[in-house]
Ligand binder design. Sequence first.
Ligand code: ZN
Ligand code: ZN
Length: 365
Amino acid sequence: MPYLVREHLFIGNISDAAEVLQNGSTEITHILSVLSTASISFFTEWRSSLMIPSKEIKKVYVGRSGGICSGHDDGGDGSRSSLSPEKLLYSLEYAGKDLKLVRMAVPIRDMESENLLDYLDVCLDFIDRSRKEGSVLVHCFAGVSRSAAIITAYLMRTERLSSEDALESLRQSYEFVCPNDGFLEQLKMFEEMGFKVDHASPIYKRFRLKVLGDSYNRGERIDTSKFGADPGLPAEASSGVVTTPNEGDNCTPAYRCKKCRRVVALQEHVVDHIPGEGETAFEWHKRRSGSRFNKPDESECSSIFVEPLRWMTAVEEGALEGKLSCAHCDARLGYFNWSGIQCSCGSWITPAFQLHKSRLDISTI
Ligand SMILES: [Zn+2]
Ligand SMILES: [Zn+2]
């Protein structure tokens, strides 16, 4: 039986969801499935006697730039994949008895290294909408980690609770709450970012870099779709529309190759660190707000550190470390190392994609 957490909000495991999908429910109208795959066939694979009808509403993918790039289904013939590798953010469908339920499915594995943050906004918005239209069941496989993490984030956002308080509050209605350690860290970041996922925040940027570093360390192939767009090229929006990067936003600092003036990074690609401080991604925010430290003085650092960008072809080849050279004139701009590099100020950045300030010109575009 699903447990009631708040009015019109339930939590449960896969059995609870299967029961609602198969037999309908007098109360539940929406289901948020958080399983390792989004397909409804997950239920049949879990229990072969189950046959749950479904009718697709839409699928939404994350494009190369990390932005949401498709809000509609275009036939599902898979032709979109010819453009670039895209990751399914969620699928939305009518499902269950008489197709009466609305099911949103997000593919998230219950692993510490899994990126939960990138799914939070869409999940929490779905819960919000569903509660206005009826009642929603949030479920994962065991009903312990993934669904609990998402509901915790939801309570944090709607009731302005710290992650600890939200967890405790959820535990009062449902004792099995136990998000994995990686999710707990991400809930903390969600709190520090002000109950939203702020892509411009140093907390988020460091997290993204850590996720990438973890995936490199696990020996996964370097997938350049996760790299930042090359600011020296016209941006390729996934819609096929070509625009120049950040035109109109004329205060964006740009870093150019000193030799040939090609733009090699924008301020948004820079992953800030506190000069002189050790690298501890998750305590960054706390340290910064501590009074003992002055405002970061970038002049102390002889380099900037950026997220990996698509012109960094040396990174794509999979080496642990190597030179970063200008894509246009081949001038040496810096160095990368997945195990980290120490900045001249003493801070360790891991993984590190370092550009020497002496090789760059800073201007605005
Ligand atoms: Zn530094
Ligand atoms: Zn150059």
